[in-house]
Ligand binder design. Structure first.
Ligand SMILES: C[S@@+](CC[C@H](N)C(=O)[O-])C[C@H]1O[C@@H](n2cnc3c(N)ncnc32)[C@H](O)[C@@H]1O
Length: 297
């Protein structure tokens, strides 16, 4: 395990532990053989194109494999939860290869529309048991192939909420016990630079929120599909935390699978703007109703 040595000039990576990371010199760690084949993928073009005002706060009806309306390098943050392809009412019955190709198309387009330094956050659960399908691993791999730099992953601890599986497998027996997932993932990536310039930009996160939300496990309740009227909504808290942590005030927040509009609601609550795609007109109407209700209460 990496540990850190303190000196008056700061800290250095060492074999023994310390509690502080203030002023840490991590060059020894990044000079190790482990990192010799891994480099930060930089973007040469750091031009930020102006996001068209007529697209601000809109949900477009269409297939997000093609984001033709959105200019290159114009969006600050993408947050999404993709369709799971598990026979929910909106899912196509794709093979695993077809499904991963579909996601790759969407995330390639996402890469194109993000600015240099823009972030992409993908909320996903793993699926099945025989075998367990580590969709989160496949997505991380796809994102790296596209050229994203990975920042980390958040485990969403859903245990406080209801609705977890009750399949035990072999009860109290090593014969075939089945794990019941009480978590989902939020995978976090950057296009190009890890860092965004803060000049002339405003943060909105409080000290307490920053302390809590930079930890890699988040406890949040799930949202009720029945209450929202959509088969798989995430709670507003999920995009809200990501927006506070990873974007500045007035940034454009993008969701290629807008569903019931949760990302849009979190963006407006945070004084950001949103753009989204959704291929089901009924869900767009539902999202617009939710946004209207939120604005008028
Ligand atoms: C997991 S849901 C997103 C739920 C959303 N986060 C919310 O809180 O309501 C995925 C959504 O993607 C939509 N969808 C599926 N395929 C799509 C495609 N090719 N283009 C755009 N939207 C699509 C589905 O109709 C569904 O509403």
């Amino acid at each position: 395990m990496e540990t850190i040595k303190k000196s008056r000039k700061g800290t250095k990576t060492s074999s023994f532990g310390t509690t502080s990371r203030v002023n840490h010199d991590s060059s020894k760690f990044y000079d190790t053989k482990l990192y010799s084949e891994l480099s930060v993928k930089n973007i040469d073009n750091s031009v930020e194109n102006i996001f068209p005002t007529e697209l601000e706060n809109k949900i477009l009806l269409g297939n997000s494999e093609n984001l033709a309306e959105i200019p290159d390098n114009s969006v600050a943050l993408m947050i999404t939860s993709p369709p799971y392809n598990v026979a929910k009412e909106y899912d196509n019955d794709l093979s695993l290869t077809e499904y991963l190709t579909f996601l790759k198309n969407v995330f390639c387009e996402t890469f194109r529309v993000l600015i240099n330094g823009g972030r992409a956050c993908v909320n996903v659960a793993n699926l099945g048991r025989k075998p367990y399908i580590p969709i989160s691993d496949y997505i991380s791999q796809i994102m790296l192939e596209i050229g994203f730099n990975m920042r980390g992953e958040i485990i969403w601890n859903k245990s406080a909420g209801a609705g977890t599986s009750t399949a035990w497998g072999s009860w109290q027996s090593a014969s075939n016990p089945i794990l019941r997932d009480i978590h989902e993932y939020i995978l976090i990536f950057s296009k190009g630079n890890y860092k965004r310039e803060q000049k002339n930009r405003e943060n909105t996160i409080s000290k307490e929120q920053f302390m809590e939300w930079t930890k890699s496990i988040w406890a949040m309740n799930t949202e009720s599909a029945k209450r929202i009227g959509h088969p798989a909504p995430f709670p507003v808290e999920l995009p809200y935390r990501l927006i506070q942590l990873y974007s500045f005030k007035n940034d454009i927040i993008f969701d290629p699978f807008m569903g019931s509009g949760t990302t849009a609601i979190a963006a407006l609550k945070s004084e950001r703007k949103y753009i989204g795609y959704e291929n089901n007109l009924e869900y767009i109407k539902l999202a617009e109703n939710r946004i209207f209700e939120m604005k008028n209460h």
